[in-house]
Design a protein around this ligand. Structure first.
Ligand SMILES: NC(=O)c1ccc[n+]([C@@H]2O[C@H](COP(=O)([O-])OP(=O)(O)OC[C@H]3O[C@@H](n4cnc5c(N)ncnc54)[C@H](OP(=O)(O)O)[C@@H]3O)[C@@H](O)[C@H]2O)c1
Length: 333
């Protein structure tokens, strides 16, 4: 560690989310970006100049993992590359916070989880939604019976995007799939409230390159609850969520996955809960990862690896129903 109190972060890749995450890390007094890796030194240097002055810059990702001033690596490459990039960090003995989706399939994700556990290394999916204090409050309210018996969850995330064919959202070689990129949020939200579904049914518009662009899926649960979830890169969907129980309802307004407000309705009463988000909302996952490192935990109780794997398995089922396949599905592990 760079000092007894400061945790040194290595950043792998310099794209959009890496910039947002690094900007939020700068708000945390006990975090410092000590190394930045990119496919090009120019990009690493430009990134460091803006977000991490003084960080060592590398024209590779592996050198970030090997840097002794790096306590934890944040992997922010497109998800088709996560499997290789995370394994490289584990080989260097480094803990990892890896962007969602963890990999492209439950099989490769399970392999990474197994490697982390075998080596005793901290590993966490950067599912920032789960670390948001309001989402935790919603989860606690639901689990404590605040809505009575939960019977329905509804959530969606979507926007209309005119994307070039090389964009990671639509390029199968980079793990393009609206399900993996955006559908993972409604799915994780439903899983937080209801757990593992017993049935899954999906429909989608599929691109001429074989990946889903506009996807809806319903989940059924043994106790009779249902979830209706969707995601899109072709339309401006509301991006809201709601949870209905027999004693009340929670409504989360737009950008439900990083909420600043939600309403709890019970009978004629409506209570509003609000949050002044710290930074853009990525601070919460960084704080959680650092808390785990300091406490000697190898997994976050807020983002359990078993939940990440359960969600990957549901996405496998949905992909199977839609016929969406990636080269990683044939990878020999
Ligand atoms: N938590 C969130 O809110 C959130 C939001 C957006 C995305 N994400 C996740 O973060 C990951 C990255 O998304 P992003 O939006 O940051 O993507 P992006 O802007 O396209 O950046 C990805 C970066 O990965 C590196 N890279 C390595 N090989 C690449 C290749 N063959 N093609 C393109 N880039 C390559 C590049 O960095 P270098 O040139 O520096 O090597 C590139 O800048 C994805 O897994 C995504 O699901 C999370």
């Amino acid at each position: 560690m760079t000092s007894p109190d400061t945790i040194g972060w290595g950043i792998v890749a310099t794209g959009n989310i890496a910039r947002a995450f690094a900007a939020d890390l700068a708000l945390l007094p006990d975090a410092r970006v000590t190394a930045v890796g990119s496919r090009s030194l120019e990009s690493a240097s430009a990134f460091a100049a803006e977000y991490a002055p003084g960080a060592t810059t590398y024209a590779s990702y592996g050198e970030v993992a090997d840097d002794p001033d790096v306590d934890i690596v944040y992997v922010a490459t497109p998800h088709a590359l996560h499997y290789t990039d995370v394994l490289r960090c584990f080989d260097a003995g480094k803990p990892v916070l890896c962007e969602k989706a963890l990999t492209l399939s439950a099989r490769t994700s399970a392999h990474l989880v197994e490697q982390a556990r075998r080596r005793g290394l901290f590993f966490m999916e950067a599912m920032w939604m789960r670390c948001n204090p309001l989402v935790q409050q919603i989860r606690d309210l639901v689990r404590d019976g605040g809505l009575g018996r939960v019977v329905q969850v509804r959530a969606d995330l979507g926007f209309a995007a005119d994307l070039p064919p090389t964009h990671r959202l639509v390029d199968p070689a980079l793990g393009g799939s609206v399900l993996l990129d955006m559908g993972i949020y409604p799915l994780t939200f439903a899983h937080l409230m209801l757990g593992d579904p017993s049935t899954v049914h999906a429909v989608a518009e599929i691109s001429d390159r074989g990946i889903d662009l506009n996807t809806a899926f319903v989940l059924g649960y043994d106790d009779g609850a249902v979830a209706a979830l969707s995601c899109s890169t072709t339309g401006w969907t509301p991006c809201t969520a709601s949870i209905a129980g027999d004693a009340g309802r929670i409504d989360v307004p737009t950008r439900f996955h990083c909420p600043q407000r939600f309403n709890l309705r019970r009978g004629d009463d409506t209570e509003t809960f609000t949050l002044n988000t710290h930074g853009r909302g990525y601070t919460y996952e960084a704080v959680e990862a650092m808390r785990c490192l300091r406490d000697g935990l190898t997994e976050s109780p807020l983002v359990p690896l078993d939940d990440t794997l359960a969600i990957m398995r549901v996405m496998d089922t949905i992909r199977g129903q839609l016929g969406v396949r990636f080269a990683e599905d044939d990878l020999t592990l």
